[in-house]
Each structure stands twice: as structure tokens, then as C-alpha cells.
Design a binder for this molecule. Sequence first.
Ligand SMILES: [Zn+2]
Length: 82
Amino acid sequence: MDKCAKCDSENVIPDGELLDRDETAEHALGAAIYKDPDALVFAGKKRLAVAARICADCGHLELYVRDHDLDTVREVLEQRRR
Ligand SMILES: [Zn+2]
């Protein structure tokens, strides 16, 4: 069960999105991580889908990486630890 990280309520919507909008369209915001953040080229950029968990009781909005991208986060972390 999803819970609010701030007030512990279970009245949350777990699959919201944060949107950016320009003149023609809306885009769901994502996040990026890098295997080698100091590299000038070939930094190994990986894009991650981001979801928003929103609490109906206190309004707290929390961003998190979707489950299907967690393997990517683990892979980049492993690469950085080498
Ligand atoms: Zn809350």
C-alpha cells in the first residue's frame, strides 16, 4: 500500500506525473543519471521515468523513479563503484 511520506496517510494517488508544457504540447518530466558524470563525451546518460505520489490529506507531492527503471539505476550505481 502506498503511503504519504510526510503524514503516513493511505489516501494517496501513486501514479501522477509532473508535466512541462510549451506552446504546442505537454511532456512528462523525467530524470537523467550518468555512468561517468565527469566525462566530456560518452558520459553514459540514462533517462528515467518519474512518477509523482500525491497525498489527498496533506498535499505532499513526492517524486520517485518507476519500478521498471530501477534496474537501470542499479546498473549505473554498479558502474560508478568500479
Ligand atoms: Zn500526507
